[in-house]
Design a protein around this ligand. Structure first.
Ligand code: FDA
Length: 287
């Protein structure tokens, strides 16, 4: 059964790119940065993965043209599991090479989203393979809830790589991931400091006031210039806070997802916050 898109429209900009570009323009006009994400993940069919690669290539062309017209950010987020990572890693890497070659030509930055622990090593491996050739075009995501992450943060600091730090959105077992929010927050704050001090322009991706306030406090106390990092939030989450952070002089990037394959992304948003379920129920009652 296909769920109606209106259920997801608070968190997903549109089911197509044409409907999404005005959202990016509006963000830009309000001083906010964006990263554009074509939804889709864990593809099992080679042809579907090749089609996803082609769609990413078209997306890079399109965002580059749009940048020339409206100055929207040339910044996208992609999931390797959409380009065949679970089918054949060599095939996925070939797809990534094509995407990054075009991104380099068009000066587009490509963030590799981080997914479940079944592909963490593979994602970091592909990132490290491509990073020496495209240090200004590719970045990665680290998840503070994973117990392995300190060593990944250390490695990214050595590489001076661009990292988005988030808590982590997938259900992972206790031997791999912290389960208590206080432990996740402690880890997050430790990695935030390491990345801002020693990596390159990290994205502090969270809607959590405790983490946002601690970041602001730490950079203030340590005299860190505000252009050394950015905050990041998801489209539809805390828009007033997004705007006020930007108005206060912090770089703020909004992750804008679009596309027809929105159910897994939407389900993660419902799972991580009960208020989002109330919103969904209100939408259903109103219809
Ligand atoms: P969390 O949901 O843990 O809430 C903590 C507290 O923050 C709440 O108790 C409340 O006080 C406050 N809060 C949260 N949302 C609020 C709201 N809407 N209004 C008011 N208060 C609110 N994950 C992943 O595994 N791989 C990835 O690649 C990414 N990418 C990514 C990009 C960006 C830009 C973001 C912001 C997040 C991701 N994530 C992700 C998701 C991330 O791992 C995590 O699941 C969510 O951000 C939820 O964690 P938070 O820290 O945002 O708040």
């Amino acid at each position: 059964m296909k769920l109606p898109f209106r259920l997801a429209q608070r968190f997903v900009a549109s089911e197509n790119l044409n409907g999404t570009l005005p959202v990016l323009v509006d963000l830009k006009e309000r001083g906010l940065h964006s990263t554009l994400d074509l939804l889709g993940e864990y593809v099992k069919d080679r042809n579907v993965a090749a089609a996803a690669r082609d769609e990413y290539l078209q997306l890079i062309e399109r965002i580059s043209t749009e940048h020339g017209r409206t100055n929207v950010d040339r910044n996208i987020s992609i999931k390797l599991s959409m380009m065949g990572q679970k089918i054949d890693e060599a095939f996925c890497l070939e797809n990534l090479k094509q995407v990054l070659a075009l991104a380099h030509e068009k000066e587009v930055f490509v963030r590799l989203d981080m997914e479940g622990t079944d592909i963490t090593d593979s994602t970091l491996g592909m990132f490290e393979t491509m990073y020496p050739q495209y240090p200004d075009n590719v970045g990665v995501v680290l998840q503070a809830y994973l117990k392995r992450t300190r060593k990944d943060v250390e490695r990214m600091c050595e590489l001076k790589a661009r990292v988005r730090l988030c808590k982590g959105a997938y259900k992972e077992p206790a031997h791999l991931a912290h389960q208590k929010m206080s432990d996740i927050r402690d880890a997050y704050l430790e990695y935030m400091k390491m990345l801002i001090a020693d990596a390159r322009y990290p994205g502090i991706a969270t809607h959590d006031d405790i983490l946002i306030d601690e970041t602001k406090k730490w950079v203030g106390e340590n005299d860190v210039s505000r252009d050394k990092f950015e905050f990041q939030m998801l489209y539809g989450m805390r828009p007033t806070t997004q705007q006020s952070l930007s108005d206060d002089g912090y770089n703020m990037r909004v992750y804008v997802p679009y596309g027809k394959d929105w159910v897994p992304y939407f389900t993660r948003r419902l799972r991580e916050r009960k208020e989002n379920i109330w919103f969904l129920l209100r939408t259903l009652v109103k219809s």
